[in-house]
Write a protein that binds this ligand. Structure first.
Ligand code: UT7
Length: 331
């Protein structure tokens, strides 16, 4: 009997309508379009502006887009994994609410938080459940409302992040397609360099923490940049080597969209031509858990059955890794 692998069989996505351009950011903080474009590759990002709507709103929209495109009855879904760094609330799983709202009433659900690597870790988790034979349909959603934790007076972070969501369906495959290999890493040294200090169990919310802006993302960009460049490039090169993949064998690099320069460093180390590197950072900025599925969604029509794809991500924590997946369908 052929081994069961976990293949992606459907994609959905959603980004909010509101566009925050570099030109508008120029009016909010001391920055300029030229600096942002050359240092990050970002031109604009999307923000969820409607009051009272959180990450679940983005996730539900992306999941509904997938259900409609795949003509899938949500009752068939066994498990919903919600990859996010910005849950609706600190307690009460966002994934559980999303699963109920989309009608996945036979599924169980949970949240998975690994900062910008949440979706990558989620791919590993979804795949393990499928390959074990335990479940047949696992919906993995990556969604973040980064605008809820960004200080729009801090030029070190507000130029980078945006809101968005993407969803993929994992199903068993017996043709050898789907997830082939993974290298996942983490290192607690990272927590000093990219964090939200307050609102957790160490420093619960007080008037003081609000006044000190400790509920917003703090990032030591330079340090994170250095770790991200070496971390993402190392695992991407290693996963190619141990699967005997040359740069000719790799069809696509689907990398976390945090900074164009980090992506370029990774693709250079892999020896990849620019035409194989999927990029949409200019449109959305860094949407944290949503970058990878938004790339799949934007470029779905170009992906062909059997294509070799390397996924790579780096995020706070630190968390990072690479996944080698064979694409399972042609649109
Ligand atoms: O997704 C999770 C993981 N996160 C990442 O991977 C992000 C990693 N880090 C980065 O992408 C980059 O470090 C940033 C985009 C955040 C910053 O770029 P950088 O090239 O590392 O800039 P820098 O912090 O070294 O600053 C260079 C200069 C400084 O001026 P001086 O000291 O050279 O005069 C900054 O004050 O640029 C200045 N600067 C800015 N200028 C205009 C910093 N931010 C801005 C800004 N606009 N927004």
């Amino acid at each position: 009997m052929n081994k069961i692998t976990a293949a992606i069989t459907a994609i959905g996505s959603y980004v909010p309508d509101f566009v925050l351009s570099n030109q508008v950011l120029e009016t909010l903080v001391d920055t300029n379009d030229e600096w942002i474009t050359t240092r990050t590759g970002i031109k604009e990002r999307r923000l969820l502006k409607e009051e009272g709507k959180g990450t679940s709103y983005l996730a539900i929209k992306a999941a509904q887009n997938l259900l409609e495109k795949a003509n899938l009855d949500p009752k068939e879904i066994d498990l919903v994994i919600m990859a996010t760094a910005t849950p609706d609330m600190p307690v009460a799983s966002t994934g559980v609410y999303v699963a109920t709202e989309i009608g996945a009433t036979n599924a169980f659900a949970f949240d998975l938080h690994a900062a910008c690597s949440s979706f990558l870790y989620g791919m590993s988790t979804a795949s393990a459940y499928i390959a074990s034979g335990k479940y047949k349909k696992v919906l993995l959603i990556g969604a973040d409302k980064m605008s809820s934790i960004i200080d729009y007076t801090d030029r070190a972070t507000c130029i980078i992040f945006g809101d968005g969501a993407g969803a993929v369906l994992f199903e068993p495959n017996s043709e050898g397609l789907g997830l082939q290999d993974e290298i996942l890493k983490s290192d607690g040294i990272g927590r000093e360099f990219l964090k939200i200090e307050a609102g957790g169990s160490i420093l619960p919310a007080t008037e003081e923490t609000v006044k000190n802006k400790q509920h917003f993302v703090f990032q030591d960009g330079k340090t994170v940049f250095k770790y991200a460049v070496s971390g993402m490039a190392d695992v991407s090169e290693k996963i190619m080597q141990r699967n005997n993949l040359t740069h000719d064998d790799v069809n696509w690099l689907v990398a976390h969209q945090a900074n164009r320069r980090i992506i370029d460093a990774t693709s250079n180390r892999m020896g990849l031509d620019d035409s194989k590197v999927l990029i949409n950072i200019q449109k959305y900025g860094n949407t944290t858990s949503a970058t990878l599925p938004l790339l799949l969604s934007d470029f779905e029509n170009q992906l062909k059955k059997g294509d070799n794809i390397i996924f790579a991500a780096f995020g706070g924590g630190f968390t990072w890794g690479a996944i080698y997946l064979k694409w399972a369908y042609t649109k």
